[in-house]
Design a protein around this ligand. Structure first.
Ligand code: FES
Length: 95
């Protein structure tokens, strides 16, 4: 059996055209984008399982599971890295 990966993206431009964000559909069956997965994690999902339960990703044909897991792993790593950077104390100097 041969599977074909289809990359469908959504380009969203802000009101002042200053930033362009491109979203990629991860799950075609449920219409879930990588942006929605990242947002679910930012709103509290801490694992692939929680993202799956929240968004329904990979709950039908399951062909998106590997990509969804990759997006979850990547986002959690980015989040941990950014939180580690915040762990350093801020420096203040009396002028
Ligand atoms: S593509 Fe995600 S369940 Fe089918």
């Amino acid at each position: 059996m041969t599977s074909i990966l289809i990359n469908i993206s959504i380009r969203r431009t802000s009101a002042n055209n200053s930033a362009t964000v491109i979203y990629m559909y991860v799950c075609l069956c449920q219409g879930v984008t990588d942006g929605q997965i990242r947002e679910a994690i930012m709103e509290g999902c801490c694992s692939y399982r929680e993202v799956r339960e929240t968004l329904g990703v990979a709950s039908k044909c399951g062909k998106c599971a590997c990509l969804a897991k990759e997006v979850v792993r990547e986002t959690l790593t980015e989040l941990q890295t950014s939180q580690a950077a915040l762990a350093y104390p801020a420096e203040f100097s009396a002028a």
